[in-house]
Design a protein around this ligand. Sequence first.
Ligand code: FAD
Length: 468
Amino acid sequence: MSSTIQKIAIIGGGVAGASTALILARYGYDVTLYEARDSLVSGPPFCHLHAGGNLYPDISDEQCLDLLKQSIDFAKLYPFIVDYRPTLIALPDTCERSVSDLLPRLKRLQSRYRELIEADPANALLGDPKHYFRLYDRKRLEALSALPTPDQPHTFDEWLIAPAKMLDLDKLQLPLILVQEYGLNLFLLASALELSLKQFPNLALHLKTRAKEVKQEDGSWSLTSDDGVAHYDYLINACGYQTGEIDDMIGIKDRRLVEFKAAYVTQCPELTAFPEIIFHGKRGTPQGMGQFTPYPQGHFQLHGMTKEITLFEEGLAQSSSTSAQPRLKPHLLHKLNRGWRWKTVEERSKRAISHLARFIPAFQSAKPAAKPLYGAQQIPGDNPDLRVAEVSFPTDNYARCEIVKVSSVLDMIKAILADLGVEQSDLLKPLKVDEKEVEAYAKEIAQQRGYPPQMASLLIPKQLQCKE
Ligand SMILES: Cc1cc2nc3c(=O)[nH]c(=O)nc-3n(C[C@H](O)[C@H](O)[C@H](O)COP(=O)(O)OP(=O)(O)OC[C@H]3O[C@@H](n4cnc5c(N)ncnc54)[C@H](O)[C@@H]3O)c2cc1C
């Protein structure tokens, strides 16, 4: 630990702030975490571990390779929140890309994954690299469609039986691609972080406590919150889409974007044993990418990258010359602060269901099951396609976290430790938890937030991960 810096304040208890608090507390710092809401990890949702960025054909190969490495690190720290079911990538016949356009990147990712395992066998979290991706042509799919649907798939082929029976293959380019990108469970992470952070004697967790004013005075930080004034040696801004508000308090002018998005919670008990499925399509058009994410007991989380489903009219805001904080339109702020009308939930959820039912006709019988999982996401700079970002240090003893994908937190924390002058060791030591206790509390958190408690469980824990 650096001798001059002892007391650290972190504002914001999302994945970024709470994970940083965990690691800094492990390193022995005196940490105070301020979170305005009543529980941790309650900002925008996440359901997908982007181990290769295969959802985003438009981003660079370099960002995809970074996401692969960062995702493996993230899964090392939090193995018990990873849902070890694979993802099926399907290109609709209307898609301007073809499967052969995707193959060079998949092969690069596969060979990078192999190199990562050669460098450290503990990186083999996505299974054997020879199965990083697999192609399924019509003949193989037709053969699989003749087999009984398993209750619980144990092999890669078994994961394809339900899709082979239920997908409208005439609307898709073949082969389909099965890739080892897994799910993430945000309720399990919220639960595990709260239970774990409360154990550290050197960490003060202030829930329901908003940081209202921050000033740098005589080389230290003065922070005024609902709990009064306190002083710190180092300040970490992990306020998510509200990062610019702290920048404004300090007088730092920087550019950033904020995007409001929503994913819909539906139920369709007839559909079982499905992997996640991505139907590629151009963002912002009626054919925008569709994402079909399975949870236990027939629950599915849906994204549709059109303005009528996941994206919103004027959903992207940018900072101005007078404020580092982008201002979302009032109708979106209303959703963030006060929630949704059920009529809007139903309308948008039904559009999401129809968007996915274009390719899975039986899914048309799905029903909206809860309010959406939604939120505003920060993107530093002015490129809305940026998917890999970590942290910056615009003034002394001030770290500003701005991750776009949750898997970037470890690189973010490594940079903060370097700024603190800490020699890093054991950074990726898994968070040890009592998984039963974590799951029970995660179910409570899901219910308190208005979501089905089944969504706080994994479909496939690590011990059931496919090997062949
Ligand atoms: C619809 C949608 C789907 C997504 N899906 C994925 C996915 O599948 N995979 C993935 O990797 N990423 C996904 N993301 C992105 C992911 O949700 C974000 O990258 C991540 O949640 C950001 O975490 P964070 O900790 O930076 O911010 P947040 O989670 O927003 O945390 C910031 C916290 O700061 C608190 N706060 C703000 N101001 C103050 C203050 N003044 N005082 C005290 N507390 C304050 C807030 O209450 C909040 O809890 C998705 C985003 C959206 C919108």
